[in-house]
Design a protein around this ligand. Structure first.
Ligand code: TXA
Ligand code: MG
Length: 338
């Protein structure tokens, strides 16, 4: 039985100890405004390798380096184009990661062997205090096992990683709840790699140009070389272990009747529909506004996943721009069972 490290309240003393652990090459999970990260000293290849081991993540999946301020961009990126400065000035600290050409000294372990590096200044007091106290860049993927749901509370991290992490800083529930928007500025035109809380329109307004859209993994666009693909953008990701399916509201009652007739135990994630719970169906209601829905989504999926049900049904959210990040994550969570 795996022993679970208990989260500790992220006060000044705990943050100082966490920074010491990072300096020793150890792993520290910490809160950000998006999701909890599993951090290691980004300049230490052995420490970075420990992240991949703890997560069970393939080594070619690049990590985002978290930095304490905009100036630190120059420590990691070999060139910092105007567009990067514009975005950082407008959105940092915040839920936006920027991909830039890496400096030669940035370990390839961090970048999954690529010549680019992902950078982000998170908007969370604990993350920022930790980065400041540590004094360097912290490589941190989401603190979940590979292909599982990202943690949005400290308790999710201990459930998920057991004692594979040396310390878990508890900074409460994450406000954004889905991973950062990722924008690739290493090519000739800016490309959105992962939708998030900061929208395509917000970025286009700052850059005054239209963004190229995400590539589907395994199908690089003609103008893109194999090295610039985003390995983390695979179809199955963020998935619960219980089979999960999306279903439009108007088809839900019939679908539920069918599943109940088959004797299935159902978890239902709704935001609009009012469906009564019975012995066979557990219902969780999410907020009707996209940002609030996003904030609670992963905790709700995790709660349903822990009940060992036969199926999770998800009421299909609106297919509109404010819901892009939510729809992207739900596509991935249900990719195996459509
Ligand atoms: O909100 C977030 O970004 C959270 C918190 C902890 O900051 N982190 C996070 O990390 O979501 P992770 O590793 O779960 O996802 C980062 C994604 C990877 O899937 C990878 O595809 C992409 O960022 N990425 C990182 N560096 C890249 C690079 N050099 N080129 C292309 N994609 C990159
Ligand atoms: Mg992740």
């Amino acid at each position: 039985m795996m022993k679970n490290i208990k989260p500790i309240v992220a006060d000044a003393d705990a943050i100082k100890r966490a920074a010491d652990l990072l300096r020793q090459g150890r792993l520290v999970a910490f809160p950000t405004e998006t999701v909890y990260g599993l951090g290691a000293d980004a300049s230490n290849p052995d420490a970075v390798a420990a992240i991949f081991k703890a997560k069970g993540r393939p080594a070619d999946h690049p990590l985002i380096v978290h930095i304490a301020d905009i100036d630190s961009l120059y420590d990691w990126a070999s060139t910092v184009p105007d567009a990067a400065l514009k975005l950082a000035n407008r959105f940092w600290p915040g839920p936006l990661a920027i991909i830039l050409p890496k400096k030669p000294e940035v370990p390839l372990e961090v970048t999954g062997g690529q010549q680019t590096v992902g950078l982000r200044m998170p908007d969370h007091p604990v993350a920022l205090a930790l980065l400041k106290s540590f004094g360097g860049g912290v490589a941190a993927p989401s603190a979940n096992r590979f292909c599982r749901i990202s943690p949005t509370q400290a308790s999710h991290v201990s459930e998920e990683l057991g004692d594979a992490v040396d310390m878990i800083l508890d900074g409460g529930a994450c406000e954004v709840g889905v991973e950062s928007t990722i924008i690739d500025l290493s090519g000739s035109k800016p490309r959105l790699l992962r939708p998030g809380h900061i929208t395509r329109q917000q970025i286009e307004a700052v850059l005054q140009t239209e963004l190229l859209m995400p590539l589907v993994s395994g199908a690089p666009a003609p103008e893109i070389s194999e090295e610039t693909r985003a390995p983390g953008m695979m179809a199955v990701h963020y998935a619960p272990t219980t089979p999960a399916m999306r279903c439009p509201a108007e088809q839900l009652p019939e679908r539920i009747r069918q599943l109940i007739a088959e004797g299935k135990r159902i978890g239902l994630l709704t935001y609009q529909l009012d469906i009564a719970e019975t012995g066979q169906i557990r219902v969780l209601h999410l907020p009707e506004q996209a940002a609030n829905y996003a904030q609670s989504l992963y905790a709700a999926l995790r709660e349903l996943d822990n009940l060992q049900l036969d199926v999770i049904l998800i009421e299909l959210p609106p297919q509109t721009e404010p819901w892009r990040a939510v729809n992207d994550r739900l596509n991935k969570a249900t990719a195996l069972h459509l």
